[in-house]
Design a protein around this ligand. Structure first.
Ligand code: SF4
Length: 309
């Protein structure tokens, strides 16, 4: 729903023309503390003067600062220049392709690293900026803070198209779920949203619904059985998880139990060691491949607790 809305309604911005990490990075740095309209003016000119990372790295600092003129906050330009030099000197001119690698570069914090990694390299990691934060608060109906925001964003992330998903969330916050008078009537996620309007400053945390949920953890020589969520599922489409079990006989003999919250629902999760139901289509996945699989947050949590990940 969100991705379909994004592909129809997204603004045609110059840095969305392709996924070149240099162009994505430049736009993300320029957009810090600067309005979109002002960035558009300077973005083309900067790229005309420094069309590649190598050209930027080889430039004198004074030339880079001159090209930045009009955007303000010159520390960003200095860091951009320093990072270009590090990439050329230490990475052979190639951007690190993961959020972790990008965070080692000058001037790249958690948000910027996640934005570049997901948009340019499909790294399945969510971003949280001011717009995403507002959307998450309203969808959850709660004041989320700190790490809770990142965890919630990662739960919702479509790991098959993380870059598009992240841009869609930011676009939704900028264009529909605006600080004042959000456009809930045209919002693509209205059915998932606990607030459907502005979250009052005094809003008490929405009472969480409680639910029990059961999963089967099936192992055989170095492999675990996983199933894929439907491509049209409203949450986490296409991601991999353990097979959900419809019913069990009591909960006393569960392999393990854990708690998990997603937006307004608090789950008690029971894990069972059972053979995969014959009708379920899934995949035996080698344990050493798990870190490359787009797992749901809950599947990751279970596999970690079972010491398989
Ligand atoms: Fe924001 Fe309204 Fe959409 Fe909820 S339904 S996410 S409040 S625009």
């Amino acid at each position: 729903m969100l991705l379909a809305w994004y592909s129809r309604h997204r603004r045609d911005l110059p840095w969305r023309a392709n996924r070149d990490p240099y162009r994505v990075w430049l736009s993300e740095i320029m957009l810090q503390q600067t309005r979109v309209a002002a960035v558009i003016e300077h973005y083309h000119e900067f790229l005309r003067r420094f069309p590649t990372l190598q050209k930027l790295a080889a430039a004198r600092e004074a030339t880079v600062l001159a090209a930045w003129c009009g955007l303000g906050y010159y520390r960003r330009a200095r860091m951009l220049h320093a990072a270009a030099k590090v990439i050329v000197r230490e990475h052979g001119g190639k951007f690190p392709a993961t959020e972790e690698g990008l965070r080692d570069l000058p001037g790249i914090g958690r948000y910027t690293a996640a934005a570049i990694a997901s948009i340019a390299f499909d790294d399945p990691i969510a971003v949280v900026d001011g717009n995403v934060e507002r959307v998450l608060q309203r969808i959850s109906g709660r004041r989320l803070v700190g790490e809770e925001l990142w965890t919630t964003a990662n739960h919702l992330l479509d790991a098959n198209r993380p870059g598009a998903f992240n841009q869609a969330m930011m676009e939704l916050g900028a264009m529909v779920c605006t600080p004042r008078a959000p456009g809930c009537l045209t919002c693509p996620v209205t059915e998932l949203c606990a607030t459907r309007g502005e979250l009052a400053a005094t809003t008490k945390p929405a009472p969480q619904k409680k639910r029990e949920i059961h999963y089967g953890l099936n192992r055989r020589s170095g492999e675990v059985f996983l199933v894929q969520r439907a491509p049209d599922a409203s949450l986490m489409p296409g991601m991999w998880e353990l097979p959900e079990l419809a019913s069990t006989n009591g909960t006393a003999a569960a392999l393990m139990t854990l708690r998990h919250s997603i937006t307004v629902t608090a789950y008690t999760v029971y894990i069972w060691r059972v053979s995969p139901p014959s009708l379920i289509r899934g995949k035996w996945t080698p344990l050493d491949r798990l870190k490359h699989v787009a797992l749901t947050g809950l599947a990751r949590k279970i596999l970690r607790k079972a010491e398989l990940l």
